[in-house]
Design a protein around this ligand. Sequence first.
Ligand SMILES: Cc1cc2nc3c(=O)[nH]c(=O)nc-3n(C[C@H](O)[C@H](O)[C@H](O)COP(=O)(O)O)c2cc1C
Length: 365
Amino acid sequence: MKRRTFLIAGGAAAAAAATAALSVQRMGSVPDYAAHAAQQRAPLPARPEALDLVRFATLAANGHNTQPWRFRLSPGRIELRPDFTRRTPVVDPDDHHVFVSLGCAAANLELAAQSRGLPGELRFEPGEPPHLVFDHGPGPASVSPLFEAIVQRQSTRADYDGRPATAAVLASLARAAQVPGVDLSLVVDPVVRQRIGELVLAGNSVQMADPAFVRELKQWLRFNPRQARERGDGLYAAASGNPIGPGWLAPTLFDLFFKESTENEKYARQLKSSAGLAVFCAERNDPEHWLRVGQACQRFALQATALGMKTAFVNQPTEVASLRGELAALAGFAGRRPNLVLRFGYGPTLPWSPRRPVESVVELA
Ligand SMILES: Cc1cc2nc3c(=O)[nH]c(=O)nc-3n(C[C@H](O)[C@H](O)[C@H](O)COP(=O)(O)O)c2cc1C
């Protein structure tokens, strides 16, 4: 290499290093993010305001972490309404996940209010748009282990340790998830698990071959703590077990490394490391029942958390319509639409996923 060439290369390398260092600063610091996420999960006050209850509701699972909800407040009443500006039309064309997510938030809300002596009833309101009404008021306080688990639950997209679940654990998970109108199939049989796992991989292949799916997913990815904190929503890389990166580089790296084969290998490994699969299936295919599915799956995940377990969704065969029939048959729900698939098991804790400030999701009636 001629000296001149070397100098140019050296200069370019130095500039790249300086830019990278700058960008690392711009990525925000992980401890800052962790402290912020911990604050969002601070204990519920003994005498909570409506905003405190809503904060606990928003810690629920929700599709792509778009947080597709609005909470309309009036004395003794919290309405949970879908926020269709946060829908994901490619992966969820009929807003099934929007209503499931709202149901997850409703389960948290009910448990949080109950724990502070404000028990209430969740009521479905049909109409435009369909929504839930939670009327609550002073009454006996009951702090359940599910409530305690709200701030600990997370979707943990990591390898688990392969430990099986005992019959007592399975019974307790099934009990916690009992919601009228929703059936649950707990799959621990290795052969059926394997076949459902193959459907997860098949669904993943279909989705990854669809540029619209990948484009939509990418819009909701948050590549570093700064992005996650500033936006307060979306899929934070570290919370999915992925490396973080500077905003100017990470999307390109994503394009380079987000490949069907590596993703499918990861899913196969993660499924194998789990203790089992939970398939949820509502009796009817309408928003009221999707809301109920949300309540059931959130309660399932909270009970799993209370038992020291982790959960993660592997919904591909429910999202790719052509795979639903086979999944339903394998799970014992032939002829119906299966709503969700969760894997569960024993695994590590990953960084928390972000949430928007509670003030941005409430409105006064
Ligand atoms: C209806 C619904 C569908 C979801 N689908 C998936 C999925 O297919 N894959 C996945 O990894 N996570 C899925 N999730 C999990 C969300 O991405 C997760 O709840 C969200 O990012 C918030 O993170 P947290 O659960 O750790 O609080 C889904 C959640 C819900 C409620």
